[in-house]
Design a protein around this ligand. Structure first.
Ligand code: HEM
Ligand SMILES: N/C(=N/c1cccc(CO[C@@H]2CCNC2)c1)c1cccs1
Length: 361
């Protein structure tokens, strides 16, 4: 099957589903005719603003690993397909950070840059997330977020230099076409960070823990009706366990459980004392408490699971089968305390969707 015919089939499937759900069935035939013509002439086709917005929402609804899908219809879509230079892209990314942060009342948003098909000036965002801390490996140990070591090296090769704290906010790194990537610092007044303290354990503040408020995934591609958008950063709000049970807890991340246990006065010589579990629960309680104190949106894993249950029910009543990836949907602490643990999910991949793509470095 030639790839232009294959593209038309993917476009047809997307137009039929989206125009049906949008109550525009009577426009399908004409739209498909114009798409068929456009593909014959140029080998690709351009989405209307409505198609782009609904496609991004459908991609969220189809994200099998996402527990937050109840709110898929409320995604804010920013169309930045006109951005050409690295500077224009960086400015749009800083607008995204500001709009999504919204002073702490986080707005789930996506900014979509032009599709890969315009090969000549392909836009790539080199960051995994727009906001993320640098990581460094020294002979005597690590500094910052070990998950960022490789990307931090790339930033330093481009001329960026951090102050070598545990929380250096990395720069935005953007490339257009075959140009060498350019880096741009994020204005500090656009960045929300939350100090992590505990409601009942004052000694938590002696750990000087903090985390950034808004997770903005910037390295996945968005595929809609056969068109691939290689730069389409999207954000929601955090589920507390992501910070408290993984980012600050994993041994190959900030590895804070021994220190948390120590300030809690727990003995760490016996696994069977469940000191790690006690440390995890209090670290996660601290994350949720601190975000709420700071007025920054966050959801606990029990509430998130209950919301996902409502998503399942609403999808079923809309006559759609819910697809999901069980291993990712269950939270990393108290998984069996959620309904998700006790049921199976069909992990069929539907499109539109978000996909991993080859790293630019
Ligand atoms: C609104 C609040 C949201 C919450 C609380 C939420 C929660 C989560 C969590 C906890 C994960 C698993 C992450 C991990 O284990 O590393 C996840 C995965 C994912 N979410 Fe959501 N999400 C939200 C919004 C969104 C939005 C707005 C999008 C896209 C438009 C999205 C797309 C995805 C995708 C594609 C994955 C899988 C990522 C991968 O495969 O690495 N989510 N979500
Ligand atoms: N809360 C979130 N959590 C994540 C959602 C998607 C991906 C990730 C991070 O994924 C990394 C790659 C595999 N695990 C860590 C985190 C959101 C980020 C953007 C929108 S919602």
């Amino acid at each position: 099957m030639t790839d232009t015919y294959d593209l038309f089939l993917k476009a047809k499937e997307f137009i039929q589903i989206s125009y049906h759900e949008l109550g525009k069935e009577e426009e399908i035939e004409e739209r498909l005719l114009s798409i068929k013509q456009e593909i014959e002439e140029s080998g690709q086709y351009v989405h209307t603003g409505i198609e782009l917005e609904y496609g991004a929402k459908l991609a969220w609804r189809n994200s099998n690993r996402c527990i937050g899908r109840l709110f898929w219809q409320s995604l804010h879509v920013m169309d930045e397909r006109g951005a050409e230079t690295e500077e224009e892209v960086a400015e749009a990314l800083i607008r995204h950070i500001e709009y999504a942060s919204n002073g702490g009342k986080i707005r789930p948003s996506i900014t979509i840059f032009k599709s890969k098909d315009k090969e000549k000036h392909r836009i790539r965002i080199w960051n995994h997330q727009l906001l993320r801390y640098a990581g460094y490996k020294f002979d005597e140990g690590y500094r910052g977020d070990p998950a960022s070591i490789e990307f931090t090296e790339v930033c330093r090769e481009l001329g960026w230099e951090g102050p070598y704290t545990d929380y250096d906010m990395l720069p935005l790194v953007v490339s257009a076409g075959e140009n060498r990537p350019k880096w741009f610092p994020i204005p500090e007044d656009r960045i929300i960070e939350v100090p992590i303290v505990h409601p009942e354990i004052p000694a938590f503040q002696d750990l000087f823990l903090k985390w950034y408020g808004v997770p903005i995934i910037s390295d996945m591609s968005l595929e809609i009706g056969g068109i691939v958008y290689g730069a389409a950063p999207f954000n929601g709000w955090y589920m507390g366990t992501e910070i408290g049970a993984r980012n600050l807890a994993d041994e190959e991340r900030y590895n804070m459980l021994p220190k948390v246990a120590s300030i809690m006065g727990l003995k760490t010589d016996l696994n069977s004392s469940l000191w790690k579990d006690r440390a995890l629960v209090e670290l996660n309680a601290a994350v949720l408490y601190s975000f709420k104190e700071a007025g920054v949106s966050i959801v606990d894993h029990h509430t998130a699971a209950a919301q996902f249950k409502r998503f399942e029910e609403r999808e079923e009543s809309s006559g759609r089968d819910v697809t999901g990836d069980w291993a990712w949907l269950i939270p990393p602490i108290s998984p069996a305390a959620t309904h998700i643990f006790h049921k199976n999910y069909n992990n069929e991949i539907k499109t539109p969707n978000y996909f991993y793509q080859k790293k630019p470095y």
